[in-house]
Design a binder for this molecule. Structure first.
Ligand code: ASP
Length: 346
């Protein structure tokens, strides 16, 4: 086999940041600064090409236009690369990974997002290992030449996670990500142990199909005890609103308030798609378990099952960007498109 060729796409994030001499705050620097800090890049047996965002960003500034730009870059380099590594800030990495998993339909090559908690120019940086192992994973192939991990993933601190199952869990520890409702796709210690049975198998007879349009007309609505009716009415009356990700209690539960159910029923009747996700980090939504959840179901709210909030937002934006048929969106939200949820019949 010829050596693998990987495209490294640098968007910004802490890994490539340095301190502003006046304020001391971290800000993105360009990629040349970064390469000089990782001489090991020259030593790995993989051909690495680099594409850098003209203006590297803090990932808090990520948006659907930049997601579409990432898709364009991947499409333009798809045929001459075996895999892709995206260097990205950790703050919105789980959103970007989720979005790309839907925007790159039938992905047949690895797209690995990574970053770090400490800049690469700091002695104790976690960036070097995250970057080098990500490149190794993006380049990994089966003996028949097919990629080992043909899906959008996050690699961080020894764990390879399905991108649309991941969540940022720690703003300080190196162990910044996990996927509580789905096992790791690989664990990197002395060797990288791939859990092949969990990794998606695309249809290699079909091409990868890129999608560029996302409709961000969605809102995240977190339940809390005592929420005022007027606030909820106001939120759901937002002009142009098409989708709601509700962060409910526990296994998809909500207060049994007649006004709340009425508002949700009216919104559903107007074609707004409402997804029930839980405020818990782990465990699925089971709407038939308590009467509050059951009432939500009767009001037209659909289960987000064991999916993350980040993923529900990205999937809704993707589906809303492609159709105005809310019945179709509801049907697609209820089944996995690329391993993002595990539906159960309850
Ligand atoms: N604020 C940074 C970002 O998301 C944090 C990081 O990279 O870890 O770009």
């Amino acid at each position: 086999m010829t050596p693998a060729r990987v495209l490294l796409i640098y968007t910004g994030g802490t890994l490539g940041m340095g301190a502003n001499p006046e304020t001391g705050a971290l800000e993105p620097l360009d990629f040349s600064h970064l390469v000089s800090r990782i001489p090991e890049l020259d030593a790995i047996p993989v051909a690495v090409d680099v594409f850098q965002f003209p203006q590297p960003i803090d990932s808090s500034d990520m948006n659907p236009q930049l997601w579409a730009r990432l898709v364009e870059i991947i499409v333009a380099h798809y045929d001459d690369h075996d895999g892709f590594v995206i260097l990205h800030g950790t703050d919105t990495m789980a959103f970007t990974a989720s979005a790309l998993s839907f925007m790159l339909e039938n992905l047949t090559k690895p797209v690995i997002l990574t970053g770090s908690q400490l800049p690469i120019n700091q002695l104790r940086t976690d960036g070097r290992e995250n970057l080098i192992t990500s490149i190794e994973i993006a380049a990994a192939r089966h003996p028949d030449g097919r990629p080992r991990v043909p899906e959008v993933c996050i690699y961080f601190s020894g764990k390879l996670l399905r991108g649309n199952r991941s969540t940022k869990i720690n703003s300080e520890g190196f162990n910044a990500f996990d996927s509580f409702n789905f096992p790791h796709l690989a664990d990197a210690g002395v060797t990288i142990v791939y859990h092949d049975d969990l990794i998606l198998r695309p249809d290699y007879a079909r091409p990868m199909k890129p999608h560029y349009v996302m409709d961000p007309s969605v809102v995240v609505f977190t339940l809390f005890p005592g929420m005022p009716e007027s606030t909820v009415r106001h939120l759901l009356a937002t002009p142009g609103l098409r989708g709601i990700v509700m962060r409910t209690y526990g296994s998809g539960n909500a207060p049994q308030l007649p006004w709340l159910m009425d508002i949700l029923r009216e919104a559903t009747a107007r074609g707004i798609v409402i997804i029930n996700t839980t405020q818990c980090a782990a465990g699925p939504v089971q709407m038939a378990r308590y009467s509050g959840g059951f009432l939500l179901k009767n009001a037209g709210v659909i289960s987000g099952y064991d999916g993350t909030v980040e993923c529900a937002i990205a999937k809704l934006m993707h589906l809303l960007g492609h159709t105005t048929d809310s019945a179709l969106i509801r049907e697609r939200m209820s089944r996995p498109l690329c391993g993002e949820i595990t539906p159960v019949t309850a």
